[in-house]
Write a protein that binds this ligand. Structure first.
Ligand code: HEC
Ligand code: HEC
Length: 195
């Protein structure tokens, strides 16, 4: 009897029901099947697979929806993302967003990284703040992300398979016009250098 009465009182004091209760599986339980590829706590140890621990909830939800709809190109994530409900995706995103983003231990070219830092300030910092370290609501963390992953994803943007926002496209075009592919490469080394 006591337990039955306690339940609604709890729901009232929290206002909304917790999302976990709606889908029946917590973010941690669901994330167990992601960690095989993305690493424990979303810290990826495979250079082709992005780290997702510490990314923002909004970005993760939007990119998972993009994968599921086929709007964001993918090798594997499209099929995976389709297997989850909107609530499950929210729960997983909430789970990963609370983990720290751990920069990848990787090689980089120091001279290119130095050039990249300047180019970042000029072309990218406006939206990828803090040298690309900030978990933006609408985009992924760049600083400390795996360099091969940054290559793949930028290639998708440049080929038009993944859509850039109009403003990002303008900046990337300016960068390529002025600095060429070398400029992009320098930027990637700058992101990789932040460890
Ligand atoms: C079989 C390996 C594999 C599994 C399992 C997997 N992923 Fe992925 N994930 C990838 C790869 C590879 C990419 C890059 C896109 C692609 O090619 O599919 C990626 C990309 C992502 C991204 C985009 C990151 C960014 O910075 O843009 C998110 C978010 C993500 N995965 C979340 C998840 C979640 C949540 C799960 C569990 C439900 C999961 N992944 C399971 C391999 C995997
Ligand atoms: C006007 C804002 C803006 C500017 C300027 C900008 N970006 Fe972006 N960037 C975004 C947004 C928004 C996304 C997420 C796009 C999406 O998934 O739909 C993004 C995504 C990315 C991603 C993919 C991250 C991931 O985890 O998959 C990379 C890489 C990237 N940007 C690199 C750059 C670089 C390099 C520059 C500078 C040359 C730059 N961006 C300038 C807004 C911007």
């Amino acid at each position: 009897m006591l337990a039955i009465m306690a339940a609604p009182a709890l729901a009232d004091s929290h206002g909304k029901k917790k999302p976990e209760l709606l889908s029946g599986a917590s973010g941690a339980m669901l994330a167990a099947s992601c960690n095989g590829c993305h690493g424990p706590d979303g810290v990826s140890v495979g250079p082709g697979i992005p780290s997702i621990g510490g990314q923002s909830v909004d970005y993760m939800v939007s990119i998972m929806q993009g994968f599921a709809k086929g709007e964001v190109p993918s090798t594997i994530m499209g099929r995976i993302a389709k297997g989850y409900t909107a609530d499950e995706i929210k729960n997983m995103a909430a789970y990963y967003s609370k983990k720290p983003f751990v920069p990848a231990k990787q090689k980089f070219d120091a001279a290119q990284a130095k050039t990249g830092a300047k180019l970042h300030a000029k072309y990218c910092e406006k939206c990828h703040e803090d040298g690309g370290k900030k978990a933006e609501e609408d985009s992924g963390i760049l600083a400390g992300q795996w360099l091969p992953y940054l290559h793949f994803t930028m290639a998708d943007f440049l080929s038009g398979k993944r859509e850039m926002t109009k403003k990002m496209r303008k900046k990337v075009k300016k960068l390529l016009d002025k600095e060429g592919k070398k400029g992009l490469e320098a930027l990637f080394h700058y992101y990789a250098s932040q460890q």
